[in-house]
Design a protein. Structure first.
Length: 372
């Protein structure tokens, strides 16, 4: 029988002849060049890592931004090849602003209920002083107002601001210390007096009476809506127009929307947060995201969710849902939003005077510090 064991040929496991003659330092150099070429090739491949941005917003904007984010992400990917992951954070606007200031929310963009909340970030160097000029319409993508939601049949006959202070009427509105909705409700009540010929003294008497009728202060608009619609607290809810439309639609006939004869023009504002957008890729995505809010598709989305688009033609298309209203500007009450905040809500401001001199209604529920 033939021997089947084959002896390996000489040199079968030895390095190539040419490599064996190279000095070892040269071998190391060759290997380094090869590895460098591989790394350059890897770096030149498309970067499919999602670019993440965080939109820190106020309480009731969850649904509209969920729709807007989805549309923006797809459009941005098609236009740039970059995938963006947009996250959201929601709560009372004042509280959200403080969270960005103290760093507990690392916002790339903010979309707050009040211009003064964005200005609070600007004053601390987080946003550039010219932030309002960087986007169309002074960085206001839509407007809104404060309206009433009442229970089916409106048994208390609530149609105008004076009706809120009738005997036996129980009011639900968020806390002005944490909520943009809360501050706007207060300003709307004050303005309902002074814009119709009343004096500041009469306005003060009115809001003192109004806040004696408040049954529950929640931290934000959405938790306030839950107190009214789900927990059945109160006779009337003072809330954003868009939130009122949502509440009524979801109530299956149990709630009704009432437009008062006059209310305030709310101007929620948006900005990218310069201090948190040092990375060029993130900064570009944040800017593109906010610019998208002023496009026709985004303006249409705002209208569909009950916000008043700043594009007049799109607003006119939705006149059945967003009727023409008598809305007074903040300048009817103060120089601007910053002055209104100082005048009404700063320490020892008018709101402090009201809460100090207007005892709470019997049985008022402790504010919900957590919001929603």
């Amino acid at each position: 029988m033939a021997d089947t064991n084959v002896e390996p040929s000489k040199g079968a496991h030895e390095p190539p002849h040419w490599l064996s003659k190279l000095p070892w330092l040269n071998v190391i150099g060759v290997v380094a060049i090869v590895l460098a070429g591989i790394l350059i090739g890897v770096r030149s491949l498309p970067d499919h890592t999602p670019n993440k941005i965080l939109n820190v917003s106020y309480d009731p904007t969850r649904e509209v931004y969920a729709a807007l984010d989805k549309a923006f992400v797809e459009q941005y990917r098609q236009q740039t090849g970059i995938t963006v992951d947009v996250a959201q954070s929601h709560g009372g606007s004042g509280r959200q602003a403080r969270n960005v200031i103290d760093g507990s929310e690392h916002a790339n963009v903010v979309s707050f209920a009040l211009i003064s909340d964005v200005q609070a970030l600007q004053k601390r160097g987080l946003i550039a002083p010219d932030w309002q000029k960087r986007l169309p319409n002074n960085s206001i993508a839509y407007t809104s107002t404060i309206v009433f939601v009442v229970r089916k049949g409106n048994a208390k006959g609530i149609h105008d601001w004076p009706d809120l202070v009738k005997d036996g009427v129980s009011v639900v509105t968020p806390d002005p210390r944490t909520s943009g909705n809360g501050q706007l409700s207060f300003l709307a009540g004050w303005g309902s007096v002074v814009t119709r010929g009343g004096t500041p003294a009469a306005a003060l008497d009115y809001v003192k009476s109004l806040y004696r009728h408040v049954a529950v202060f929640d931290a934000g608009a959405r938790s306030s809506a839950a107190s009214f619609a789900l927990q059945q607290i109160g006779d009337v809810h003072l809330t954003w127009e868009n939130e009122a439309l949502r509440e009524v639609a979801e109530s299956k006939g149990d709630l009704e929307l009432v437009y008062p004869p006059v209310s305030i023009k709310a101007e929620p504002a948006v900005a990218w947060v310069d201090a948190n957008d040092a990375d060029a890729k993130t900064a570009a995505s944040a800017k593109a995201y906010l610019e998208y809010l002023f496009t026709d598709p985004a303006q249409e989305q705002f209208a569909q969710f009950g916000y008043r688009p700043v594009n007049p033609a799109i607003l006119a298309k939705h006149a059945d849902k967003l009727p023409n209203l008598r809305l007074f500007p903040v300048t009817a009450l103060a120089k601007d939003w910053a002055d209104a905040r100082q005048k009404f809500f700063a320490e020892n401001g008018i709101y402090d005077l009201v809460t100090a001199s207007a005892p709470a209604a019997p049985g008022r529920i402790v504010p919900n510090a957590q919001g929603s």
